[in-house]
Design a protein around this ligand. Structure first.
Ligand code: F0G
Length: 484
């Protein structure tokens, strides 16, 4: 049987067969994380020469690169197919992730195929001419995690696992629970008690997962689970599992396809455990290597100020990764010790992007602005717009450059945040006090707290007249600062 893929340690470069990986997905020599490589990957070298003993042999020593023109055509053609594997926005690109022995057996909920929205009002607010949002919240369970989960959970099935598990701030667990249910696998989720949004918690219960709320944070959950998987035959589905990232790289293909094979100048991604930015970087870099695109976008990662270990690492002259005690209302990215920081930092450096941090106030404002554009997203996704404003202000992104924000989760994931914001109950007095006049004015214009009225025609009419007059006077249907 020919070997279609191998795992390569991203720290020491050691290569192993996919099946030989340890249950914690760490290199036994240096504890580094693996990446999946194929015969055509950059630096793969002669596929057999020097391969360690645990790699089965591949009779084909000649490695042919997949043909870019042929792949584009095939991917387009599959859009009209009725086969589940073709309807998936991940497996439609399967030439880029050829690690399944039998691709017809993949577990799919028709993930991917997410929209790329134009965001003219947010563009104006950020100071760019053309802004797009790749809305990964439009996936089956409402976040980008589905694209990774279809990939890694399919491997779990192929390798005969009965149990799967993950530590999560909520979205990974929702995705894992759904895909495990589809495949008939049992699953356990570990989540930090009291620090995940209700929408996400309800999903893992709905899909039938065994949900364990630990009295710790995400970092504590992952640490504990990493020990457990070494004692029980449980397949770990966090993004340390390199197959997750293979699925999560496919939005890169979708983006360029949706832009008629043009490449945006910038891609802005939220950063938590830093798997997603790593995956998207891999996707773009592999497409360039294969000749599908001629350059890659600059990939910038935005962290919440209270959960900013990568941002600090870039600013640290000794380049030492120092975990932080994470705190942010954007609970999805409340992570202080990100597993994939090395991979993500390389992507930022290799593509020429940046790492930024944004405050709680900036996140709240950006989320409301994205909502007011009729798109909406969860708080962690809104760091992208908040971060873009900073990149523009610093001259790192210029007005004429095309920017894509990766919106990672659906607005319904965390409705409490949105309700608190609009009722004026989200930010503390100290946070409000530190805002500029302009920010306060923007909040005031965006906030839409519900009116509570007597069910009396005259009362309702009077209240509506007042509101409509006020809105007309302010030139409405717009967010502040727009003219349309
Ligand atoms: N945005 C959302 C909505 C997320 O759920 C996450 C991560 C991120 C951004 C950050 O992505 O970790 O790859 O850098 N959520 C994980 C979870 C940690 O458990 O759902 P990352």
């Amino acid at each position: 049987m020919s070997v279609t893929h191998q795992l390569r340690c991203t720290t020491c470069g050691a290569r192993i067969a996919g099946e030989a990986v340890r249950s914690d997905f760490r290199c036994p020599d240096c504890k580094g994380l693996y990446e999946v490589i194929y015969p055509w990957s950059q630096g793969a070298g002669p596929w057999n020469a020097g391969s360690p003993a645990n790699l089965s042999s591949n009779p084909t020593s000649e490695v042919r690169l997949p043909n870019p023109g042929g792949m584009r055509h095939l991917w387009q053609e599959r859009k009209t197919s009725t086969m589940p594997v073709d309807q998936s926005g991940v497996w439609r690109f399967r030439e880029m992730l050829p690690f399944m022995r039998d691709v017809e057996r993949v577990v799919t909920l028709r993930e991917g195929n997410t929209p790329l929205y134009e965001m003219p009002r947010c563009a104006e607010l950020a100071g760019v001419d053309w802004l797009l949002a790749k809305h990964q919240g439009m996936n089956p369970t409402g976040s980008f995690k589905d694209t990774g989960m279809t990939a890694a959970l399919s491997v779990a099935v192929e390798r005969g696992f009965q149990w799967v598990a993950c530590a999560s701030t909520g979205n990974t667990s929702a995705a894992m629970a759904a895909y495990a249910a589809r495949a008939g696998l049992r699953c356990i989720v570990f989540i930090p008690e009291g620090k995940i949004a209700w929408g996400k918690l309800s999903q893992s219960m709905d899909y039938g997962a065994l949900t364990v709320q630990l009295k710790t944070d995400f970092d504590g959950c992952l640490k504990l689970l990493t020990k457990l998987v070494q004692q029980f035959p449980i397949y770990l589905l966090n993004s340390v599992n390199p197959y997750r990232l293979e699925g999560q790289k496919t939005p890169a293909m979708e983006i360029v396809e949706q832009m008629e094979w043009q490449v945006p100048e910038h891609l802005v991604v939220p950063g938590g455990n830093l798997g997603n930015s790593s995956a998207l970087g891999k996707g773009f870099l592999e497409m360039k290597h294969l000749g599908l695109i001629s350059r890659v976008p600059k990939i910038s990662v935005i962290q919440a100020q209270g959960a900013n270990p990568l941002y600090r690492w870039f600013g640290d002259e000794n380049r030492e990764m120092k975990p932080v005690k994470a705190e942010t209302r954007a609970t999805a990215i409340r992570i202080g010790n990100p597993a994939s920081w090395r991979k993500a930092s390389r992507v930022i450096e290799e593509t020429g992007g940046w790492c930024e941090e944004v405050t709680e106030q900036e996140i709240a404002l950006a989320k409301a602005e994205i909502g007011a554009e009729g798109v909406g997203c969860e708080p962690a996704s809104a760091v992208t717009l908040a971060g873009l404003k900073k990149l523009v202000a610093a001259g790192r992104v210029t007005r004429e450059q095309r920017v894509v924000l990766v919106l990672t989760g659906h607005t319904l994931k965390d409705p409490q945040y949105t309700i608190d914001y609009h009722k004026g109950e989200l930010l503390t007095a100290a946070e409000i006090a530190s805002e500029t006049e302009a920010e306060r004015a923007s909040h005031a214009a965006l906030r839409k707290p519900p009116l509570v009225l007597e069910a009396d025609e005259a009362v309702v009419l009077k209240a509506l007249e007042e509101r409509m007059a006020k809105a007309n006077a302010a030139g409405t249907q717009t967010t502040p600062g727009t003219s349309k």
